[in-house]
Design a protein around this ligand. Structure first.
Ligand code: FAD
Ligand code: NAD
Length: 482
């Protein structure tokens, strides 16, 4: 006899647990299946984001940034500290404790919302049936009026550098180092490469980043990407662009090393590292997830095919988060989870895919939303640009944190804000006010007419919007129009 639910969700990452909670809030009987086991072999909810992604990486980013501040910045404020040291196992332990707190929190949220958390691996065997195989091998069948697949993604590995999670690691292994590697190699100058490369560079590693592409951060506004490359290089990241990794060899000594071979513009190179992080992207995870008989369509890159409402080609089966097209971001999956739940309850909720904010949590942070100049030029849209450098911000100077800029782009005819691109302190939080403004179709003038607290970093958002129309007060106005 199978247990019956209105909704069964497979996966409890940000897309899955949010979908499950919202379904239950809307009155559907809901189960959420999760296969993840933590270091103690216990089922944990929260997926990649909470266990080995967003949260643990930010815990290490915050610790390492505090270390930099204590070592290099406190003296500027007149604060004297004796020798600054890092206790790496304590840093990793703090990260683990935050992960435990938050995964326990999700377990509690599921229970409080009357979602049945089910431990094991779920497999869709028909449009309305899921079989769960427990960690003890026992199977249970669940019937569901609707199934939401939220199975997430896993790191991509490449043949030249097979992961052993000891010397050659993926992002998960890079969150577990027990000592600061003297020489750290990173393959991929993407989000993970720059965030985790920064963690270990701040703590003293000599970091070399090998990136296959010739352009640095090709999806980011060019001015912001150039500024980022300059700042991160100054922080000690040796970023080698156009570097194609062709092979690697593990050293034979007691203290393992890895020698990486790569092709640059000027020929073949070798570099030896104590640890190597492979961060070349992630791929959707659909292993043993769906019986082919169900007929769910998967695209050529392995993503489950869905429409704008996250419906698959099989009625009553939905898919959300990293396992479907679009940016692999926790907040994008959460919004999709809410959308599906609400549409099951006959609401007309939609995700605005035009306004998915992106953030790289380096220091300073890099954050953007909407269109950049390159995209607008390609679309032949006339626009105005306002740029505010943080060096003109009293608040940023007071904090000794004045690298970077805020750029606002507005339509030349309508003044509607088309994009915002920031590199600077608290860029993620600053950007969010522009995301809200853009959701409400605000113009640059609307932002200019809004009162901002003084002194605050947000004043930079105000000034960049004023600058787009040539009347910033605290910087010179060089109105730039395409
Ligand atoms: P996941 O979080 O991957 O969750 C899927 C869950 O489904 C997993 O728990 C898995 O065990 C479970 N599952 C899979 N198959 C089955 C099955 N058959 N049965 C039962 N359970 C199953 N994004 C951001 O927005 N901001 C960040 O700062 C950020 N930082 C990141 C840092 C790192 C190091 C990494 C690796 C990722 C980061 N991401 C970040 C990306 C973010 O983690 C993902 O976009 C997000 O977790 C995707 O959510 P999801 O629910 O789709 O999938
Ligand atoms: P990514 O796509 O951001 O970057 C991968 C980089 O590796 C690219 O620049 C690519 O050109 C390069 N690359 C690929 N193959 C290579 C090769 N063989 N040799 C050298 N370089 C190579 O992917 P990621 O950094 O692994 O992150 C994966 C996903 O996780 C991203 O989609 C991202 O959205 C998500 N994530 C988000 C955050 C955040 O929001 N702050 C943080 C971490 C991860």
């Amino acid at each position: 006899m199978s247990k019956e639910y209105d909704v069964v969700v497979i996966g409890s990452g940000p897309a899955g647990y949010v979908a499950a909670i919202r379904c239950s809030q809307l009155g559907f009987s809901t189960a959420c299946i999760e296969k993840w086991l933590n270091k103690e072999n216990k089922t944990v909810y929260g997926g990649t984001c909470l266990n080995v992604g967003c949260i643990p990486s930010k815990a290490l980013l915050d610790t390492s940034q505090k270390y930099v501040e204590a070592q290099d910045h406190f003296s500027i404020h007149g604060i004297k500290v004796n020798k600054v040291d890092i206790d790496v196992p304590a840093m990793i332990g703090r990260k683990d404790q935050i992960v435990t707190q938050l995964t326990q929190g999700v377990k509690g949220l599921l229970a409080a919302n009357k979602v049945d958390g089910i431990a094991g691996t779920g497999k869709l065997i028909s449009a309305n049936k899921v079989v769960v195989t427990g960690h003890d091998g026992k199977q249970e069948e669940l019937s569901a009026k609707h199934v939401i697949i939220a199975a997430g993604s896993v790191p991509i590995d490449i043949p030249p550098t097979p992961i052993d999670q000891e010397t050659i690691v993926d992002s998960t292994g890079a969150l577990e180092f027990q000592a600061v590697p003297k020489r750290l190699g990173v393959i991929g100058a993407g989000v993970i490469g720059l965030e985790l490369g920064s963690v270990w560079a701040r703590l003293g590693s000599e970091v070399t980043v090998l990136e296959a592409l010739e352009d640095f951060l090709p999806l980011v506004d060019r001015q912001v990407a150039k500024e980022a490359q300059k700042i991160l290089s100054k922080q000690g990241l040796d970023i080698k662009l156009g570097a194609r990794v062709t092979g690697s060899k593990l050293g034979k000594g007691a203290k393992k090393t890895v020698t990486v071979e790569y092709l640059g513009e000027d020929g073949e190179h070798k570099a030896t590292f104590d640890k190597l992080i492979v961060a070349v992207g992630r791929k959707p995870f659909t292993d043993a997830l769906i019986d082919p008989e169900v007929g769910i369509e998967i695209d050529e890159r392995g993503f489950i095919k869905v429409n704008d409402q996250c419906m698959t080609n099989v009625p009553n089966v939905y898919a959300v988060g990293d396992v479907v097209r679009g940016p692999m971001l926790a907040h994008k999956g959460m919004e999709e989870g809410v959308m599906v739940a609400e549409r099951l309850a006959n609401k007309k909720t939609q995700v605005n895919y035009q306004l998915v904010p992106s953030v790289i949590y380096t220091h300073p942070e890099i954050a953007w939303v909407g269109k950049n100049e390159e995209e607008l030029k390609a679309e032949e849209v006339d626009y105005n640009v306002g740029v505010f450098p943080f060096v003109a911000s009293g608040r940023a100077l007071a904090a000794n944190d004045a690298d970077g800029l805020i750029k606002t782009i507005a339509d030349a005819k309508t003044d509607r804000i088309l994009g915002c691109h920031i590199i600077g302190p608290s860029a993620a939080d600053l950007l969010q006010q522009m995301v809200i403004a853009m959701e409400f179709s605000a113009s640059a003038e609307d932002i200019g007419l809004t009162m901002f607290s003084h002194p605050s970093l947000s004043e930079g958002v105000h000034e960049a919007a004023l600058a787009a129309n040539g009347h910033a007060i605290h910087i010179g106005n060089r109105k730039r129009r395409k």
